[in-house]
Design a binder for this molecule. Structure first.
Ligand code: OXD
Ligand code: MN
Length: 587
């Protein structure tokens, strides 16, 4: 018996499934699992999959989750390092043995009456030196099919790890969906994630947030690399030069739209490498190189349209042998197509909401859940970068940090140097969204957009960023962006979406030393003349507002940042405090 077979047997002994099924990732198998999801498996009385209109959305299926299971649940997500301090104040912590005891109790017999699916998969291209071999166990076809879209799932992985015990392990069961028995436990030193009670993507697709961010960030600290909540994209200029950048934004703040932006500036185009996760390594040439460990998009559906993200609409309608899933969207009954608020065209006459009930628009409820999602293969994306499958990844010239801020934060700011740039990333804050269960629209500090995903003490994470910079002979420039400023009447000032290329162009111009910038207390900001705003309908006053530094507002922001840093006590790197104090003095 191989270490993998032994591990699977041990988990089956505990969870007691009726059957064990080893997935091979084939197309035929996906069809069979979808059939099972349509005809046999149920969640809260609903079939796991409904077949949608394949003419409009080829090979697509609607999934309705358990009604309590619609977003990431950060309050029941734990990082189980042996010491609490290693997890830091940014994480919930439980001692590993206590966590395992709790999970053993909850998992005893939890797969009874169900099939245990064994999912062997790679995060990263199998030939990449940065890729990791993983196995997840799950008891629902929705998760098995989603993992096949989001990762490279093949039976070759089984042969690859046959004699080794060091593969990444994930044990997942939806249990009985009781929110009080829902836990997502991470054991970073064992490369092991144990999740029960939720089928929601961020809680249940264990290769994604759980492994590729929380555990991988810890591996990155040990091994000298970074796992980040970032888009990876190439920006092609009219001469055909492609500049690769990464961009970190919190959940549901527009990363997917940015990753496949359709440029409004002639001659510019964007190439998509990834929309959520970047693994960043120092290459032999002293530059930072990025791979996207995933192979799919798990994106927010509401507001996705031909205006906000035409390339995603094309992706969803492309159809390949990978299925496309819609989770908790509404249903246009007459057309048998998915529907959500903000979709193109008129509101259909006959809609069933995300819970499966007839929808009455006059009641003011949302038809699609605000965090309803699509899951689609990246190979369906018309802007997919030709470098996507390059095992070495792409060389990164800029790292961008963003957030959703109606006030204060300028459209774009550049860090003064690496140390100042790490401070820039660490001081990010953003208004909360529906991607996690919590109050929406409240500013919370979210350094590098990693607050829910950093698998260890964030003070150590900042130090790690500082160290990485010292080892880069050609470090990327670092920027912050904010598309979300509003005017006195609460309307967005910046048009966003396709027009964001104008900010990306300024960033590329800065990388190539083509334009100057103004030094301020918070970093470099553009001279208005260098930002191409031809054809945009924004008043000069509003443009100036987008680039202005509101000193009083920044002093209040500094107080909030200071309060956050203080939670980390003496572990907080001195270099970050130095940059903080320099900023405060200049304000
Ligand atoms: C996601 C998230 O699903 O960040 O990507 O919540
Ligand atoms: Mn994300």
């Amino acid at each position: 018996m191989t270490p993998l077979e032994r591990w699977v047997e041990e988990q089956a002994k505990l969870t007691k499934p009726d059957k064990i099924y080893w997935c091979d990732g084939s197309e035929e198998e996906a069809r069979r699992l979808i059939e099972i999801g349509i005809n046999e498996e149920k969640i809260a009385g609903n079939p796991v999959f409904y077949e949608l209109n394949h003419k409009a959305f080829p090979n697509s299926y609607l999934h309705r989750s358990h009604p309590t299971d619609v977003a990431r649940t950060e309050q029941v997500t734990f990082i189980c390092h042996p010491g609490k301090e290693t997890a830091g104040p940014n994480n919930n912590w439980m001692a590993p043995e206590e966590a395992k005891e709790k999970m053993r109790r909850l998992s005893d017999g939890c797969m009874r009456g169900r099939t245990m699916y064994v999912l062997p998969y790679m995060m990263g291209h199998p030939e990449s030196p940065y890729a990791k071999a993983c196995v997840q166990l799950t008891d629902v076809s929705y998760v098995a099919i989603s993992m096949r879209i989001m990762t490279r799932m093949t039976k070759d992985v089984v042969a690859k790890i046959a004699d080794r015990g060091d593969f990444v392990k994930g044990l997942h069961s939806v249990g009985d969906f009781d929110p009080n028995k829902r836990f997502i436990m991470h054991f970073p030193d064992e490369h092991f994630v144990w999740s029960i009670g939720s089928g929601y993507g961020g809680n249940a697709l264990l290769g994604k947030k759980c492994f590729s961010l929380r555990i991988a960030s810890w591996l990155g600290l040990k091994e000298g690399w970074l796992a980040e909540h970032m888009v990876i994209m190439g920006i092609e200029d009219p001469k055909g030069n492609v500049t690769y950048v990464t961009a970190a934004l919190p959940s549901a703040c527009g990363k997917t739209n940015l990753a496949m932006l359709e440029s409004s500036l002639p001659g510019y185009r964007v190439w998509t490498v990834g929309d959520d996760i970047a693994w960043l390594h120092i290459g032999p040439d002293g530059r930072l190189w990025a791979i996207n460990p995933e192979t799919g998009f798990f994106g927010v559906a509401p507001k996705t349209s031909m205006h906000t993200n035409p390339n995603m609409m094309r992706t969803l309608k492309k159809g390949t042998f990978y299925p496309t899933l819609f989770t908790n969207t509404a249903l246009d009954v007459d057309k048998n197509e998915p529907w959500w608020e903000g979709m193109d065209g008129d509101v259909p006459q006959n809609i069933v909401d995300w819970l499966g009930n007839p929808w009455d628009s006059s009641l003011g409820t949302k038809a699609a859940h605000p965090n309803s999602r699509f899951t689609a293969s990246i190979y369906q994306c018309p802007t997919l970068s030709p470098e996507f499958d390059n095992p070495k990844g792409v060389p990164i010239s800029a790292v961008i940090f963003g957030g959703k801020r109606m006030h204060l934060k300028p459209l774009v700011v550049e860090g003064l140097n690496w140390q100042n740039s790490v401070f820039l990333g660490s001081r990010m804050g953003s208004e909360t969204t529906a991607a996690a269960v919590h109050a929406e629209g409240v500013v919370r500090r979210d350094p590098m957009a990693m607050l829910p995903f950093c698998g260890y003490n964030m003070a150590d994470y900042f130090r790690h960023w500082l160290e990485i910079g010292k080892r880069l002979s050609k470090p990327p420039k670092v920027f912050s962006i904010n598309w979300f400023r509003t005017d006195d009447r609460g309307n967005y000032i910046w048009p966003g979406f396709r027009e964001n290329i104008r900010v990306l162009k300024w960033i590329v111009d800065r990388i190539n030393n083509n334009v100057g910038a103004k030094e301020t207390a918070i970093g470099y900001v553009p001279h208005l003349k260098d930002l191409n705003v031809d054809g945009l309908n924004i008043s000069k006053k509003n443009l100036e507002k987008l680039l202005a530094i509101d000193r009083e507002g920044w002093k209040r922001e500094a107080d909030d940042i200071e309060e956050f840093y203080k939670k980390f006590g003496s572990r907080m790197p001195k270099e970050i405090w130095d940059e903080f104090n320099k900023m405060k003095e200049k304000l």
